[in-house]
Ligand binder design. Sequence first.
Ligand code: CO
Length: 213
Amino acid sequence: MRKYKQLLLANKAWSFELKDESPDFFSRQVAGQKPDFLWIGCSDSRVSPEQMTMTPPGGMFIHRNIANLVNDDDMNLMSVLQYAVDVLEVKHVILCGHHGCGGIKAALSGGAPAGPVDDWLGNARAVYHAHTSEIESVADDDARVNRFVEVNVRDQLVRLARTSIVQNRWASGGQLVLHGWVYDLRDGLLKPLLDLDPSKPLDEVKAPERVLV
Ligand code: CO
């Protein structure tokens, strides 16, 4: 059987199984969504936010891009963030990097060919330039990529905290915590790096402890 047809077959099995377990599952889905979480992660096919957190449909609003980067002129991410925070009123935003991220590797080595990917990674190269000594202090090649992944999560989380959407939410007393995590491909575990909330001055957010070791 052609592989794409297996997707449709698997989908039928999934739908039948859910209806069998919970006959009103899909009618509840139609009624609306009220997720608790916004997930911002990498597009990498190995990093599957709902599967690895056992989150059912309706539990998570999701945005993914290469290397989980935050640009405040990115209309895609900013509209997702605005809708999640202002309309869905999520209480937690999780920004998640991952072990061995190809985007981060390319930003470190200049390995992306000219084109949209290379343009997109400009943000990650800026993170490298801001923290060159921290990243280059790691001798092993793979470990250096993983340190860059961690430092990148920190910087992107601070960028997220500085957006007007998050700042307005915090200024109005709304409950919203930003979480920076990494996913370790080697053991399937999510490893927290840092949290941001209104009590933490953004100018004083230190480089996180190493967890991808
Ligand atoms: Co990646």
